[in-house]
Design a protein around this ligand. Structure first.
Ligand code: PLP
Length: 426
């Protein structure tokens, strides 16, 4: 093949970067060879606006089967009554849900971004904070765990139409039943965005939101280890509360409202190659090996968090229930930015992150966020986590010492050679 040399050279460089370093960004993972193959398939050529069996384009017989398989597998993984696998991303899934269930100017209540929430849960710089009127609940100052009493008070005062739970940087499980009670007390809908822990929830390692939350959104590429993408689910379908009707005058089910909010509401043609890759990853998520993997993700995260604490690091909320942790670096006299920069030089990829009640800007921050999903895919176990913590500690205690950082990098590059990635893809 006549490759576009510039781009394929860069792809090779990125592959080398991923292979030689330690990937600790909590929202990243390494997909399987078959997920990669499905993404790079001829399905990208097909337009398929609409839903399986009800398309606006001809020639959809094959992609109909692909999409239906993705839906059926997602339903089986999450015991869901309804799923839409078309959202291009997690943000798109949340945009579609909001278009479907709230009107511009309506109030929404989400988890504070600077305490671990996500941009799409009401941040003023995002559509969710521009079109709707957001308020936020926080973590408790003492425990750094979600303050459900505050969430209840805010809900009673603000009377939002939609309550959102789920986070990007929060290491604890969620009390979905409690939030549902709060939502019911004010007639609000409850949305859980499980983008981060989706894979752990799939295998029962964390509480299940589907029996409690009206709607659940997720990305497919974090702990679930699928391609980049989004998905919307419901544990139970129900008639829409606003009595919207079909052209025949029947009350629309919520599933129909949400399908319409994805297409034509917020998207055009679905990415069938990505949907095929989602289907592959859902199939993988049902395998015994994925349970083993997810269990190891949690074990690794707990071991890593404890090992950091043993070295005098502050882990927000004192530990983790899932794949991630937030390190507050203030007692180490380091900012998140300085730590991230030093670690990147050592080929350890993490991201700087605000910690609850942070006194620094989002560009500097007082913390870093780490996750174990990717290194666990790579095959690392508990004893390796202890080594990772040693290496990170060495880099952070020597941020000005280029020689020491270079030594850490060399050791990591040598170590990672023993854990090859993407054997079938060049
Ligand atoms: N929701 C949560 C909780 C997330 O953590 C993220 C991504 O980090 C998203 C939504 C957005 O997903 P995407 O980047 O696929 O749009």
């Amino acid at each position: 093949m006549n490759f576009d040399s510039l781009i394929f050279k860069l792809i090779r460089e990125e592959r080398q970067r991923q292979t030689r370093g330690l990937e600790l960004i909590a929202s990243e993972n390494f997909v399987s060879e078959q997920v990669l193959k499905a993404m790079g398939s001829v399905l990208t050529n097909k337009y398929a606006e609409g839903l399986a069996g009800k398309r606006y384009y001809g020639g959809c017989e094959v992609v109909d089967k692909v999409e239906q398989l993705a839906i059926d597998r997602a339903k089986a993984v999450y015991n869901a009554a309804w799923v839409n696998v078309q959202p291009h991303s997690g943000a798109q899934a949340n945009a579609a849900v909001m278009l479907g269930v709230v009107k511009p100017g309506d109030k929404i209540l989400g988890f504070n971004l600077s305490h671990g929430g996500h941009l799409t849960h009401g941040s003023p710089v995002n559509f969710s904070g521009k079109l709707y009127v957001p308020s936020f609940y926080n973590v408790n100052r003492e425990t750094a765990r979600v303050d459900y009493d505050e969430a209840e008070k805010k809900a009673q005062i603000e009377k939002p139409k939609l309550i959102i739970c789920g986070a990007s940087a929060y290491s604890r499980d969620w009390e979905y039943a409690r939030l549902r009670k709060i939502a019911d007390s004010i007639g609000a809908l409850l949305l859980a965005d499980i983008s981060h822990p989706a894979g752990l929830i799939a295998r029962g390692l964390l509480s299940d939101p589907l029996p409690h939350c009206h709607i659940v959104t997720t990305t497919t590429h974090k702990t679930l280890r699928g391609p980049r993408g989004g998905m919307i689910m419901m544990g139970k379908d129900f008639p829409n509360p606003w009595k919207l009707t079909t052209p025949k005058g029947e009350i629309k089910m919520m599933s129909a409202v949400l399908d319409g909010a994805v297409f034509p509401g917020t998207q055009g043609g679905p990415l069938e190659h990505m949907i095929a890759a989602k289907a592959v990853s859902f199939g993988e998520a049902m395998e015994e090996s994925f349970l083993k993997y997810s269990t190891q993700v949690v074990r690794n995260a707990r071991t890593m968090a404890k090992s950091f604490m043993d070295k005098g690091y502050t882990i927000s909320s004192g530990g983790t229930d899932n794949h991630c942790m937030l390190i507050d670096l203030r007692n180490k006299n380091l900012t998140g930015k300085k730590a991230e920069d030093a670690l990147i030089k050592a080929d350890i990829t993490v991201n700087k992150n605000m910690v609850p009640f942070d006194d620094k800007s989002p560009f500097v921050t007082s913390g870093i966020r780490l996750g174990t999903a990717a290194v666990t895919t790579r095959g690392l176990k508990e004893t390796d986590m202890l080594k990772i913590v040693e290496l990170i500690d060495t880099a952070l205690m020597n941020t000005e010492n280029e020689t020491r950082i270079a030594e850490v990098k060399k050791e990591i590059n040598k170590w990672m050679k023993k854990y090859p990635l993407f054997q079938l893809h060049s």
